[in-house]
Design a protein around this ligand. Structure first.
Ligand code: THU
Length: 139
């Protein structure tokens, strides 16, 4: 991916921090999911007073896309931090990595972790979820 495209995704993910509904943790997370058709699906985390119904930003983005018939993806950018301050990377939780495993090729799908548009690192899903269990295991 070109630097300019990565920076666009980071910008979009950062914009989502304002929409996070986080009255309990105050930890804002924003995601920008790039589909293979070029569309970017945005997501924020949404918490709940009963805690377990809370949804991560990454899954919000994935489920928005899949619910609209889009199931092929090339990259996701994730940013986050307490009170929306992105001083450190916000790596995806295990559940979100598993959701990525369902729809993405672990060898090629890219996960961009960033603190701002100049400071980021790109990982492949395979690195963050080694030996992942996916649809191929049931084929
Ligand atoms: N969170 C995400 O949105 N994505 C992750 O991958 C890690 C955690 C959210 C869930 C919860 O609203 C808050 O961050 C603190 O765990």
């Amino acid at each position: 991916m070109e630097k300019k495209q990565i920076q666009e995704l980071i910008k979009t993910a950062l914009e989502q921090l304002d929409y996070s509904y986080v009255p309990y943790s105050h930890f804002h997370v924003g995601a920008a999911l790039l589909a293979k058709n070029g569309t970017v699906y945005k997501g924020c985390n949404i918490e709940n007073a009963a805690y377990t119904p809370s949804n991560c930003a990454e899954r919000t983005a994935f489920f928005k896309a899949v619910s609209e018939g889009i199931k092929e993806f090339s990259a996701i950018c994730v940013v986050g931090g307490i009170d929306g301050k992105t001083t450190e990377y916000a790596p995806p939780c295990g559940v979100c990595r598993q959701v990525m495993m369902e729809f993405c090729d672990p060898e090629t799908f890219q996960i961009i972790l960033a603190t701002d548009t100049e400071h980021y690192q790109v990982f492949h899903l395979k690195e963050l979820l080694p030996l992942g269990f996916g649809p191929g295991n049931l084929a």
